[in-house]
Design a protein around this ligand. Structure first.
Ligand SMILES: *Cc1c(COP(=O)(O)O)cnc(C)c1O
Length: 397
């Protein structure tokens, strides 16, 4: 038995009491929200262990969202990089990313709890569009909070949400971006909890969100593991890599491989690297790592992809890093633009700028010899790049 056969230290199972992942996670909310979080945690556990709920969700993931998404072997990119690259194609899911997996789960859960109204926060607009989509499908009311700055930057997504029947509420407090939209969505939830479910977009916030969202996304990793075994003759990939904003596509991917010998790698934007540069703190209901100044003020994150502009990271990632089961790297905007073009030219796949971060790390690690030739890498292509083409055109001049 080689060292590679050892079973790693976590199974990404249920978190500890009150949603603890080691020293991270938890449920830090005003007294008035505790019953809602408890009700949600109980409802999720009951739904997740109910075969009828799971069958309904799996049915929608198949017939509506387009699952299973394929794993694509990248022959030309592999030849270029000297490592064997497989892509898990969340870009082919309905609405263009992995976000649909989470929102379908939460919308079904809201319905099961008898709540006919969803509130959601959004930065780039992608989670708002996904939430509005799930609400339209199930006939639920949907209100999306979005910072005034983002409303202006993402006018087309605002129109998409309106087309889907959602109401977009502009948030004018604070820096008028994502973190302020989260605050307003939480405030709405406190005031309307009898009728409303807060459909949170990533593996963050108070318990049970980080755990629940990871469970709704683990379909990505579980499918990929089976698909890799078929492609690799029963083997697992050596390295599994995904981009990290809040961390939901990475958490879902890692959950499928955490008990294998695969190395797990998360890739952050250099300007939003909460794992690289963050400090422990309690924000948005959870203890995790956040970009902050010396006074503990939360800083703005910056990257070319709005979907990675969150100044924190999901608590389970902070824990996976702390115990050494996953490692996290940051890549800069220019590497990301190069990777965006490289994947388009070599494979005919235009990636979301978020997913291009994972590709950028792969290019760097293959080029530096960090990945030995012949290494097999599974990379989660979290979304498609149609939404980013205009922006990239302007940046490339
Ligand atoms: C929203 C988004 C992300 C970032 O969110 P995670 O929770 O970190 O997965 C990454 N890629 C795409 C395509 C997205 O839309």
């Amino acid at each position: 038995m080689s060292v590679h056969d050892e079973v790693p230290a976590t199974s990404m199972g249920r978190p500890g009491g009150d949603g603890r992942f080691g020293e991270y996670g938890g449920r830090f909310v005003p007294e008035s929200l505790v019953p809602a979080c408890v009700e949600l945690a109980d409802a999720f556990e009951s739904a997740w262990s109910d075969p009828a709920f799971r069958a309904r969700l799996d049915g929608l993931l198949g017939s509506y969202a387009g699952r299973p998404t394929p794993v694509t072997e990248c022959l030309r990119l592999s030849r270029r990089l000297g490592v064997r690259v497989l892509l898990k194609r969340e870009d082919l899911a309905h609405t263009g990313s992995h976000k649909i997996n989470n929102v379908l789960g939460q919308a079904l859960l809201a319905e099961r709890m008898g709540k006919r109204r969803l509130v959601a926060e959004t930065g780039a607009g992608q989670h708002g569009v996904a939430s509005a989509t799930a609400a339209a499908l199930l006939g639920l009311e949907c209100v999306v909070y979005m910072g005034a700055v983002d409303v202006q930057r993402q006018a087309l997504n605002v129109f998409r949400m309106e087309l889907l029947g959602a109401e977009v509420r502009t948030v004018r407090s604070g820096s008028r971006t994502l973190k302020d939209a989260v605050n307003d969505a939480l405030r709405d939830w406190v005031a309307s909890v009898e009728t409303t479910h807060y459909c949170l977009g990533s593996v963050m916030g108070p318990h049970p969100y980080p755990y629940m969202v990871r469970q709704f996304q683990r379909v990505v990793g579980e499918e990929a593991r089976e698909q890799c075994r078929v492609l690799l003759g029963g083997d697992d990939p050596d390295v599994v890599v995904a981009c990290v904003g809040g961390g939901s596509n990475a958490a879902g991917t890692f959950a499928g491989f955490v008990d294998t010998r695969a190395e797990l790698v998360g890739v952050e934007a250099a300007g939003g690297a909460a794992l690289g540069n963050g400090l422990p703190g309690v924000v948005h209901g959870m203890r995790s790592l956040f970009l902050q100044d010396e006074a503990g003020q939360i800083l703005e994150a910056h990257s070319i992809s709005a979907g990675l502009d969150y100044p924190g990271i999901g608590p389970e990632h902070a824990h996976l890093a702390a115990i050494g089961r996953a490692r996290y790297h940051a890549v800069g905007d220019s590497e990301v633009l190069d990777a965006f073009r490289l994947l388009a030219e070599t494979e005919g796949i235009i990636p979301a700028l978020e997913a291009a971060h994972a590709v950028a790390w792969l290019v760097r690690a293959a080029g530096s010899g960090e990945l030995t030739p012949g290494t097999t890498v599974l990379l989660t292509m979290s979304g498609r790049g149609d939404k980013d083409v205009q922006q990239v055109k302007e940046m490339l001049g």
